[in-house]
Ligand binder design. Structure first.
Ligand code: NAD
Ligand code: UDP
Length: 310
């Protein structure tokens, strides 16, 4: 049995990860400051004697004895990470330093939840891991993008200097049950708007693209990466290469919910990437991983979830 620490474990992805790790027979410590996460996401795990919740801010050191660390603590939606950008940068950078320090002391293997945002507004399409990105270092997304880039740097420096066993995963837009209905991300926004009969807010002309991965596929990739061969550090893209414009997404959600909502256009936030699609050849080769859930199937499950909680 592995003792596993999941930082950000009460969030959207973290709660699914904790659940999977418990089902696979691990002893799980979920650490979270509940900024964007919620006890509701992990309430069903609380009675399990192999599950512990610690309310803690990862910008402060943490002393626990563990075999594996998944570092997910960080607000992920633009609305939330821009709320207090200095705190977001601290969470990424101090959070990486504190979890890497813990990995060094305990000899634990550590996985970083990095992001496709390290590619910024990419000039290379689709994006392979070798692409170094196009990030505006002084823009409103930089607290998150540059914070995550610095975290990757720290991971590789701990690997080279201290031989810490690192795994760096670049996560592309992921959706599914337990997304926060108020976090402003496109899938949750459109579904909530459609179910409430409100206008569907497309930012810009709706021609920008994203590639959406269903949460179960993402968690499979994350666990495969953590347990991959020792010398495979990544970075590795995990995402679904199916690419859609925001207008196509809005139309699909209107169709699947049977909503009467109208599409309205609002200004595009600055530095909003125009296109995003992962190259996943490395994940296929090294992890034997590829997504299996198509957009429509995943959206139907997500719509069911939002119907229940709204
Ligand atoms: P989320 O906001 O639901 O989860 C983040 C969790 O971290 C929350 O529970 C929050 O309370 C916690 N947290 C934030 N700051 C903290 C701090 N200082 N100390 C302790 N806990 C803190 O978001 P998510 O979608 O589950 O994302 C999880 C991770 O995956 C994040 O690191 C994010 O950057 C990364 N990621 C997610 C996506 C995606 O599409 N969901 C894409 C790329 C990367
Ligand atoms: N978006 C939109 N309407 C919304 C929320 C988001 O058109 O109500 C757009 C946003 O401008 C971006 C895309 O959807 O182009 C994805 O946004 P999200 O915040 O989900 O993720 P990210 O931009 O970080 O990929």
């Amino acid at each position: 049995m592995n003792r596993v620490l999941v930082t950000g474990g009460a969030g959207f992805l973290g709660s699914h990860l904790c659940e999977r790790l418990l089902n696979e027979g691990n002893d799980v410590i979920c650490l979270d400051n509940l900024f964007t996460g919620s006890k509701d996401n992990i309430r069903h795990l609380m009675g399990n004697s192999y599950f512990e919740f610690i309310r803690h801010d990862i910008t402060e050191p943490i002393y626990v004895e563990v075999d594996q660390i998944y570092n997910l603590a960080c607000p992920a939606s633009p609305v939330h990470y821009q709320h207090n950008p200095i705190k977001t940068a601290k969470t990424s950078v101090y959070g990486a330093l504190n979890t890497l320090g813990l990995a060094k002391r305990t000899g634990a293997r550590i996985l970083q939840a990095s992001t496709s945002e390290v590619y910024g507004d990419p000039e290379v399409h689709p994006q392979p891991e070798s692409y170094r990105g196009c990030v505006n270092p002084i823009g409103i997304r930089a607290c998150y993008d540059e914070g995550k880039r610095m975290a990757e740097t720290l991971f590789f420096d701990y690997y080279r200097m201290h031989q810490v066993e690192i795994k760096v995963m670049r996560i592309f837009n992921t959706y599914g049950p337990r997304m926060n209905p108020n976090d402003g991300r496109v899938v949750s926004n459109f579904i909530v708007q459609a179910l409430k009969g409100q206008n569907i807010t497309i930012y810009g002309d709706g021609k920008q693209t994203r590639s959406f991965c269903y949460v179960d596929d993402l968690i499979n990739g994350m666990i495969k990466l953590m347990n991959s061969e020792k010398d495979f550090t990544g970075p590795v893209n995990i995402g679904n290469p199916g690419e859609f414009t925001m207008l196509e997404l809005a139309q699909k959600i209107i169709e699947l919910t049977g909503s009467n909502s109208q599409i309205v256009y609002e200004p595009l936030p600055s530095d909003d990437p125009m296109q995003r699609k992962p190259v996943i050849d490395l994940a296929k080769e090294k992890l034997g991983w590829q997504p299996t859930v198509q957009l429509e199937e995943g959206l139907l499950k997500t719509i069911d979830y939002f119907k229940r909680i709204l």
